[in-house]
Each structure stands twice: as structure tokens, then as C-alpha cells.
Design a protein around this ligand. Structure first.
Ligand SMILES: Cc1cc2nc3c(=O)[nH]c(=O)nc-3n(C[C@H](O)[C@H](O)[C@H](O)COP(=O)(O)O)c2cc1C
Length: 369
């Protein structure tokens, strides 16, 4: 039996925290010391020992593991044979009584490879379906469907925990991994560009009262409060699109706008870049994996979208404009989602930012019905 279990969890809407908590419950029942650590911007602390088991629970993003998790695994000390188990979460859904699994792709095994490379002994990988939290693209699941998916996930996690805690191995998800390898170009595009662009689709609607809860909650501290008169949230490129801000805002003020998306698409592809590329960039160099023009285009997109978002943020200071954009946003009409049995203060406690956890960050159930 292990002496200590360190549960690392990265979470946007509480699902991964819930999964880590189920694992912790099982370990505590066996009398093992359990530590919970949130994967956030600051480096994780770990003293590698053979008697320690590290467990990683995190959401899948773009058919792979989020940047934050990969970066934090790379920053861990050398494993020296410390055991590790990995739980990538997927977007489970249920439509008309039929359940559909999510797709973790390379998420679990990419994390496993990095851990092996760092000297950890990987004992298990298991993808877990929890209710999908991507409320930027679909409405949150109903209470009934949410409960159904969670009830199905709990015994799987506990069984996995039991096997791993008894020092056996449990590997699953080879088929999703192979599909993930096939989808790898999408994952790479997601990590290099998609995630950055998604961060710039967020805006605070006229319902925002500048309470800063979104900024305090953000695991990457990617939201800054900006503006000359009234400070409003501004999403920087370090946002991982984890959905915490959107789903925990008590006023339902965080929205995503397809109009901004279309605008940024045109800004990123307008003839200016074509002109720059055709007049000032030399012929592609064949020894490079990607052409110079690709790199210039990439930099151009990042800079132009950054500038356009700054302008947009200023314009959102006009109440009429933010109301107009919000009314045209599909997310204004979407139900939000967060793990129902988890209060944000359960995991926010580990933040450095001083947060009044007394009800202040309690989720308002209005949005979850
Ligand atoms: C930007 C984004 C991308 C996602 N990509 C995937 C995906 O590729 N495959 C999948 O199964 N789930 C995907 N999901 C769903 C989450 O992994 C899933 O809902 C998870 O349970 C969320 O956990 P959390 O509440 O701990 O953040 C995505 C969610 C978001 C917000």
C-alpha cells in the first residue's frame, strides 16, 4: 500500500475536482494520507518517493491534454520511480436517454509518456465521461442527464482507484489514443492557435457588475480587470478556455460571441497579410518544417487579433454596445453548467489570491436548472 497519495487536479467547472475527490475518498477509506493540489500557474510541489502515488485528473481539451497540465508535468522533479495514475476527463453527453462518450484522444497517454520520461512509473490511464462543460458551443446538460452521467462515472473512478491502490495496473483507452493520433493535427492546431482564438471570443455583457469573481477564479489568472472608468474583465492569451469564468459567474454575464469570431476570422485573413507575404517574405525555405509565410501569418494573426480585441474591449465599455452584442450571442440563451455537488469554494481555497469564500463565490443555482 502507498503511504501518501498526491492528487493533482486541473479543473474548470469542478468535474476533475469531483473525480479527484472520489479517488481521495477511496484512499482515505484505506487509511492512506491524501493531499489535494490544484494544477494552476504556480509550480506543483512534490517530493518524489517510491511510497507515493501521484494521480492526475484533468479535462481533455482539443482531443489532448491542456497546455497547463503538460507544462506542469514537465516542471515536476525527476520521478525516481514514483508511481503515477492518470484520469483524463471527457465530455459525456446524453440525448433522449442515450449516452454518448467523449473522446480523450491523446490526453491520457501524452501525459503518461511525459511522466515516464520524467522517471515516474505509470500504473494506469482511464478516460472518464463527466458532463460536458463546453457551454461556449452547447447549452449545459439538464439536471437529470448530469446526474445520470455522474452516477455512471463514480463507480468507474472508484474501481480504478481500488486497482491502483492495490498496486496493480489498469490501462484503458487504446482506441481513443489511436484516434487521437490520427486527430493529432487538430490537437496541434488547437494548442497553437485554437485555444488562443477561443480566449478572444469571451466578453462580459451588460449584466457584468465588475465584481472580479471571474478573475479571481481563473486557474491561470488569465483574466485581468481593465478599463479606464469601470473595470471589466479582459481575457488574455494565457486563457485555457477552461470555462470556469463562464459557468461560475453568478450573473451569467460571461458570454461568447460568434460575431466576434467572424470578425477576427476576417481580420486574420484579410489581404494585408497576403500583401505582406507576397511582397516582403522570401520564398519558403525547404529545410524548415513549416514555411516562413506560415510563421509570418501566425504572428500576424496573433498581433491583429490582440489589437482588435483591445478595441473591442473599449467599445464594450458602452453599455448599449455590450447589450447589443450580448443579445446576438447564442450563449445568452444557454443553460450554464458546473459539477452539481461541488461548490467552487471547495477548490478555490488553494488560491493565492485572497478570496472571500463565505458565500461570495457560491454558485447561483438559477443557471443550473
Ligand atoms: C475548450 C474545451 C475543449 C474540450 N475538448 C474536449 C475534447 O476534445 N474531448 C472531450 O471528450 N471533451 C472535451 N471537452 C470537455 C471537457 O473535457 C469535459 O467536460 C470535462 O469534464 C471538464 O472538466 P472540468 O470541469 O474539470 O474542467 C472540452 C471542453 C472545453 C471547455
Amino acid at each position: 500500500m502507498f503511504e501518501t497519495i498526491v492528487l493533482f487536479f486541473m479543473t474548470g467547472t469542478g468535474n476533475s475536482y469531483q473525480v479527484a475527490a472520489w479517488f481521495a475518498e477511496k484512499a482515505a477509506a484505506l487509511g492512506v494520507e491524501v493531499q489535494m493540489q490544484q494544477i494552476k500557474r504556480a509550480n506543483l510541489s512534490l517530493e518524489p518517493k517510491r511510497s507515493t502515488l501521484c494521480v492526475f485528473a484533468f479535462p481533455t481539451h482539443g482531443f489532448t491534454a491542456p497546455w497547463l497540465l503538460l507544462k506542469q508535468i514537465l516542471c515536476l522533479p525527476r520521478g525516481k520511480g514514483t508511481a503515477a495514475a492518470i484520469l483524463p476527463l471527457r465530455a459525456g453527453t446524453r440525448i433522449k436517454g442515450i449516452s454518448f462518450p467523449g473522446m480523450e484522444g491523446t490526453a491520457g497517454y501524452l501525459a503518461a509518456c511525459l511522466l515516464l520520461w520524467k522517471g515516474y512509473r505509470v500504473k494506469g490511464v482511464l478516460g472518464i465521461d463527466m458532463p460536458s462543460n463546453w457551454t461556449a458551443v452547447h447549452w449545459g446538460l439538464s439536471k437529470e442527464n448530469t446526474e445520470f452521467i455522474i452516477a455512471a462515472a463514480e463507480p468507474k473512478v472508484k474501481h480504478f482507484a481500488n486497482v491502483i491502490l492495490n498496486r496493480q495496473v489498469y490501462f484503458d483507452g487504446i482506441v481513443p489514443f489511436l484516434i487521437g493520433l490520427w486527430l493529432a493535427p487538430i490537437s496541434v492546431m488547437y494548442l497553437l492557435l485554437g485555444q488562443l482564438m477561443l480566449s478572444k471570443l469571451f466578453f462580459a455583457s451588460d449584466k457584468c457588475i465588475s465584481c472580479r469573481k471571474c478573475a479571481k477564479l481563473c486557474p491561470k489568472q488569465a483574466i485581468i480587470m481593465a478599463g479606464s472608468n469601470r473595470k471589466r474583465p479582459y481575457w488574455t492569451y494565457s486563457c485555457d478556455s477552461c470555462m470556469a469564468c463562464m459557468n461560475y459567474c453568478p450573473y451569467g454575464a460571461v458570454e461568447v460571441s460568434p460575431i466576434i469570431g467572424i470578425l477576427f476570422y476576417f481580420i486574420g485573413t484579410i489581404p494585408i497579410s497576403t500583401y505582406i507575404l507576397s511582397h516582403f517574405v522570401p520564398l519558403p525555405l525547404s529545410w524548415l518544417p513549416i514555411s516562413w509565410s506560415g510563421i509570418i501569418q501566425y504572428i500576424y494573426i496573433l498581433i491583429s487579433v490582440f489589437l482588435a480585441y483591445r478595441l473591442l474591449h473599449t467599445a464594450l465599455g458602452w453599455r448599449f454596445f455590450s447589450m447589443f452584442l450580448s443579445k446576438l450571442s447564442h450563449t445568452r440563451y444557454f443553460r450554464r453548467y458546473h459539477a452539481p455537488n461541488i461548490n467552487v469554494k471547495d477548490f478555490i481555497l488553494s488560491y493565492e489570491v485572497a478570496v472571500d469564500t463565505k458565500n461570495e463565490l457560491m454558485y447561483d443555482n438559477r443557471n443550473n436548472k
